[in-house]
Design a protein around this ligand. Structure first.
Ligand SMILES: Nc1c(NC[C@H](O)[C@H](O)[C@H](O)CO)[nH]c(=O)[nH]c1=O
Ligand SMILES: CC(=O)C(O)COP(=O)(O)O
Length: 136
């Protein structure tokens, strides 16, 4: 059974709450275990939490869940672009899948609501990568 870790952003929690529930349901549907969940303040804060999870022997892959909504500046792009890049680097560094269940940037609250199922995609991608690539 795939053992997944979830790293979930508390920012825009009304949206990430729905994303987390959908992700948990989908993991159960696919026969994967959500072995650990860590909540972080926002998407930008995810990499350190993901890194710690990737170091755990009881975690095979990490699923990130977050939502970055556009404000008046390019802050949303800074948050998502840097986090996404670091998450990819960590995956390669630690040799375990890290999947992107983060919506945004350039997104309104309505756009975010339409995209809550990105968390399901991230769970599915993690399970598929583990099946196809195997463990260490
Ligand atoms: N604006 C959003 C943020 N911003 C907060 C940052 O992610 C971070 O927590 C802060 O800069 C402290 O390091 N985070 C989101 O997840 N979503 C947003 O829309
Ligand atoms: C990325 C955000 O949602 C955010 O709160 C930043 O907003 P702003 O660009 O107006 O500072």
């Amino acid at each position: 059974m795939a053992k997944l870790g979830f790293v979930v952003s508390e920012f825009n929690r009304d949206i990430t709450y729905q994303m987390e529930l959908l992700g948990r349901e989908h993991a159960q549907f696919l026969g994967a275990d959500v072995a650990a969940v860590v909540y972080v303040p926002g998407v930008f804060d995810m990499p350190i939490a993901v890194k710690k999870m990737l170091c755990r022997e009881d975690i095979d892959a990490v699923v990130t869940i977050g939502c970055v909504i556009q404000g008046e500046t390019a802050h949303d792009e800074v948050v998502v672009n840097h986090a996404a890049r670091k998450l990819m680097d960590l995956s390669l560094e630690c040799n375990k899948p890290v999947t992107l269940g983060i919506t945004g940037p350039k997104m309104s609250r309505a756009d975010a609501q339409k995209r809550v199922d990105y968390s399901k995609r991230a769970v599915e991608a993690a399970v598929k990568l583990l099946q196809r690539l195997g463990g260490d």
